[in-house]
Ligand binder design. Structure first.
Ligand code: HSE
Length: 435
């Protein structure tokens, strides 16, 4: 029986999870593929003992032990970040080795360089573990939905942010308190910036957009807002209007231009994404032939992400065995057909808005706000005003009909300059039911 040898770079959570999945599922994988997949070498920064069941695996700090070993067929990069991950992957490709990675930051920033290098060497790049952990999302785009024009993608792609928003919603706690607690429990990173500011979600969405539409997207073209400014009062008021606040990755295919954005969003309670709680991920996809698809599962974790990484190893091993490398293009579309298209500027976005004004409690305030909104063509759908004994202002919450982002921004700037304005207005975009 043919043996396919694997080298892993990095033995942290996902690296050790990948090794565990390979070991525990070894017999099943052989029964499914007809090959023996063998973990041969692990490259680490400082030498360490691996668990006893991995006693036959070579542990090294010397990159040549991995890259220059002619017996290694597939190199799995699991260290994350840009460098040295980028150089390691390019070196592996140069040596003619197939690559599996879970590195969304790298693929969203240097993906084209890596995919072009891989195409030139006729090697494969697997990256199922880079988006939504254990959910087989990349394969869904590459194979399951290959007969569709993808119309839209809406996703909860960051478990940490969804966990924080869920705790804020269920227990009425402020953002900072939930974050601190999540860090103490090890759910959130010591530096949570990428997770809470939407950057990690944007990295993942950039990858999905290329897979879905066959277009290249620059991170700088994606409008990104995080959840750090969400106040429990907005969570409560959103609920009064019948919504949950979620950090959503949103993309729509308008043919000549594409919406690609990440921001906190009021999701109607009846929408399936409103019900996704805790650290789970979920993606709603609309294809023109299939209609609506909803995927749900663990977006992170040792064995869940290990499952995705090993699925890529299995795919590549099958292709090696059958002499069918790149049978399915890594990016779903053939590299020569990846196009550049316009990403819709966020200022052109049209959607309903949740606006929370904080104003002095005096006659005529509501009329003044309504007048300025009206001047910019923004129509009010409903209003809630809460009485407050606080001197610093009362909240007036407005749900608008569909309005243009550029007009909303101008109206809010004018309102926030008024003497009656006690704090900056909070603006959250609303997902419409037909989404
Ligand atoms: N930090 C990510 C999250 C997991 O919280 O979802 C890895 O992508």
């Amino acid at each position: 029986m043919k043996t396919i040898n694997i080298g892993i770079i990095g033995f942290g959570t996902v690296g050790s999870g990948t090794a565990q999945v390979l070991m525990e599922q070894s017999r099943r994988i052989t029964r499914r593929t007809g090959v023996n997949i063998c973990l041969k070498t692990v490259l680490v920064r400082s030498l360490r003992r691996l668990p006893d069941e991995l006693a036959d695996v070579t542990v090294t700090c010397e990159p040549d032990d991995l890259f220059a070993d002619p017996q290694i067929d597939i190199i799995v990069e699991l260290i994350g970040g840009i460098e040295p991950a980028r150089s390691y992957i390019l070196r592996a490709i140069e040596e003619g080795k197939h690559v599996v990675t879970a590195n969304k930051a790298l693929l969203s920033q240097c993906g084209m360089e890596i995919f072009k290098a891989a195409a030139a060497k006729n090697v494969e790049i697997g990256f199922e573990g880079s988006v939504a952990g254990g959910i087989p999302l990349i394969k869904t785009f590459k194979e399951g939905l290959a007969a569709n024009r993808i119309v839209s993608i809406m996703g909860i792609l960051n478990g940490t942010a969804n966990y924080i928003l869920t705790e804020m919603t269920d227990h009425g706690l402020p953002f900072a308190e939930v974050l601190k607690d999540a860090q103490a429990k090890g759910y959130a990173e010591a530096d949570p910036t990428y997770d809470i500011e939407g950057i990690d979600t944007a990295h993942k969405l950039a990858i999905l957009v290329t897979m879905a539409y066959g277009i290249e997207v620059k991170l700088s073209d994606i409008a990104v807002e995080g959840i750090s400014r969400i106040d429990p009062i907005d969570v409560d008021l959103a609920r009064e209007f019948g919504y949950r606040i979620k950090l959503l990755a949103i993309s729509r295919n308008h043919g000549e231009h594409f919406e690609v954005r990440v921001h906190p969003t009021l999701v109607p309670e009846s929408h399936p994404l409103a019900a996704i709680s805790g650290a789970f991920n979920s993606v709603h996809i609309h294809g023109d032939m299939v209609g609506d698809i909803l995927l749900y599962g663990p977006g992170a974790g040792k064995l869940a992400t290990g499952s995705a990484v090993v699925a890529d190893i299995i795919d590549i091993s099958r292709n090696i065995l059958h002499g069918a490398i790149n049978r399915v293009s890594s990016l779903s579309y053939l590299p020569e057909y990846i196009e550049t298209r316009q990403i819709t500027p966020i200022s052109e976005l049209t959607c309903p808005y949740y606006l929370r004004f904080t104003t002095l409690d005096q006659p005529g305030v509501l009329a003044t706000i309504a007048g300025i909104l009206g001047k910019y063509g923004i129509s009010i759908e409903s209003v809630i005003q809460k009485a407050s004994r606080k001197r610093e202002g009362v909240p007036i919450v407005v749900r608008t009909y569909e309005a243009r982002e550029a007009d909303v921004v101008k109206a809010l700037a004018e309102i926030d300059r008024l003497p009656i304005a006690a704090a900056e207005t909070v603006k959250i975009r609303i997902l419409t039911q037909e989404d």
